[in-house]
Design a protein around this ligand. Structure first.
Ligand code: MG
Length: 236
């Protein structure tokens, strides 16, 4: 009798455990422990794309070895855009950039580069410090689509940060595209607040539509823009 009672209790306990496990929603999993970086350094689960030492994570957009200038822990645009050898879907990106200290040109001709996600959706890099241009083409714009909420640009030559959460568009029903999204912080300030990515091409990016993965691409727009400390975290 005693043994049967214990067995019943065990079955009851096991059932309750099953019920409580089954009842836990998918978003209620124990969050993984990730050691944060310090002063902009990568957290423990990041894929480091550029740490100032070499360009091994990159190739030129024609597939050749990158020719960008590498010195003092940064790289500088020099002939052809750079794309990552690795491809990504949804990511969190951190990068730092600086437009040339010596101001030349104006509008889109001043400190122009850009960060393209999956080689097709550009967050603009531009010297937008006291430099007017069309709103959806200034620094931290989703180029050709959406202006930033504010202009929080630092002066030419000063290092600036982008922290960007990118979710790519996905194939939807009836051949349509299910929009992705951009959330962008420029120098720690929110400038793109969960903006939809509809999958359309823009004048700066001929590719369009949904793709599961694609390279990160840094644009050569003929201006010696500098980059340093680039890392991503995969989100899917
Ligand atoms: Mg650009």
């Amino acid at each position: 009798m005693k043994t049967r009672a214990i067995r019943l209790l065990r079955i009851a306990a096991a059932s309750m455990a099953l019920v409580s496990f089954a009842a836990a929603p998918a978003g209620d999993r124990e969050p993984a422990v990730v050691t944060p970086g310090t002063a902009g350094s990568p957290p423990s689960d990041a894929v480091v794309l550029f740490d100032g030492k070499d360009l091994s994570a990159w190739k030129s957009d024609d597939g050749s070895e990158p020719k960008w200038k590498l010195e003092n822990g940064h790289m500088e645009v020099r002939g052809k855009g750079l794309m990552t050898r690795q491809e990504f879907g949804a990511i969190q990106l951190h990068l730092e950039w600086a437009s040339p200290a010596e101001v030349k040109g104006d509008g889109q001709g001043r400190g122009n580069s850009g960060v393209y996600f999956q080689g097709r959706y550009e967050i603009q890099v531009l010297d937008s410090y006291q430099n007017k241009t069309y709103f959806n083409g200034q620094a931290a714009s989703f180029y050709g689509h959406n202006a930033p909420l504010v202009n929080t640009s630092r002066k030419p030559g000063e290092w600036q940060t982008y922290d960007i959460v990118f979710h790519p568009p996905k194939p939807g029903a009836e051949g349509k595209v299910q929009p992705g999204s951009f959330t962008v912080l420029h120098n720690g300030v929110l400038v793109q607040d969960h903006i939809p990515i509809q999958g359309d091409a823009s004048v700066s990016a001929k590719l369009s539509g949904a793709t599961p993965t694609g390279p990160l691409f840094l644009q050569d727009h003929g201006n010696p823009v500098r980059y340093r400390n680039i890392w991503v975290r995969k989100l899917d």
